[in-house]
Design a protein around this ligand. Structure first.
Ligand SMILES: C[S@@+](CC[C@H](N)C(=O)[O-])C[C@H]1O[C@@H](n2cnc3c(N)ncnc32)[C@H](O)[C@@H]1O
Length: 246
């Protein structure tokens, strides 16, 4: 496996400790409830980039009969298998899904595609494994507002001082390895939003809905110094449907 996956292997525990089993308010208060809602009523569900399997477990708990979770990182798949919950887990990359055409009613990718280099192939694979009319629930760090080098600026040159949200270079596709906390390095790929929408459109994934929720209370409570934090979304959710030509 390539270097980007080596970084995930090395830091899988950072993800598991900080973002699963109730540790992260954005997951608990926002991401998992939205995911549960979007997967409701779908029987065969694929969780792409499943990590330690929290979204796959959620799909099973919500009533899906067959749930598969794939991830190229062995340390994630081993933990997902250990945590159980009724889904089947396998080691695979999003751009080479080990499944037959049209074998799922819904696919979900939760904060995964910003780590995938082969984005077109991965989106083609989503379209391939979905049945006509199937749903793709696509969760991203908001690509418009969470660009590299985005963040709050406290501008004391102005009188009175102002706080504003700086957006980094938006149109430039950019692979960076970010130190997300001391000694933890994770690869991120920034792309303009149009890059994802157009790849989906070309693959026959028709956009049905777009959600830009405000950060949830548990996150805002950690950022009280930024009064406008509730007006800057961190999450983007695209809901698409596989074209049905029958
Ligand atoms: C931020 S974690 C999200 C995990 C899970 N979706 C969740 O929401 O809990 C990103 C995951 O993407 C996986 N990943 C990285 N490159 C991938 C690829 N090419 N195909 C599929 N998954 C990949 C990583 O191993 C990691 O488990």
């Amino acid at each position: 496996m390539a270097d980007d996956i080596d970084l995930w292997e090395a830091h899988a525990d950072w993800w598991q400790d900080g973002f699963t089993e109730g540790a992260d308010p954005e997951y608990e208060e926002q991401i998992l409830p939205i995911a549960a809602n979007l997967l409701e009523g779908y029987d065969r569900v694929l969780d792409i980039g499943t990590g330690e399997g929290q979204v796959a477990r959620l799909a099973v708990a919500g009533g899906a009969r067959t749930v598969a979770g794939i991830d190229p990182t062995a340390n994630q798949v081993v933990e997902a298998t250990k945590r159980g919950g009724g889904a089947h887990f396998a080691r695979a990359r999003a751009d080479a899904l080990p499944f037959e055409d049209a074998s799922f009613d819904a696919a979900i990718a939760c904060l995964v595609f910003e780590h995938i280099e082969a984005v077109d192939d991965a989106i083609d694979e989503v379209a391939r494994v979905l049945r006509p009319g199937g749903r793709f629930a696509f969760f991203l760090n908001h690509p418009l507002l969470q660009t590299p080098n985005s963040g709050w600026i406290d501008d004391y040159m102005l009188d009175p001082p102002e706080q504003y949200w700086r957006i980094g270079p938006y149109l430039i596709e950019d692979l960076s390895v970010e130190e997300v906390e001391k000694d933890v390095f994770i690869p991120f790929i920034h792309r303009p939003l149009s890059r994802y929408i157009n790849a989906m459109s070309e693959a026959g994934l028709v956009l049905r809905r777009m959600m830009e929720p405000a950060p949830p209370p548990g996150f805002l409570a950690r950022a009280v110094e930024y009064q406008a934090a509730a007006s800057i979304p961190r999450l983007l959710v695209l809901v698409a449907e596989k074209e049905d030509h029958t």
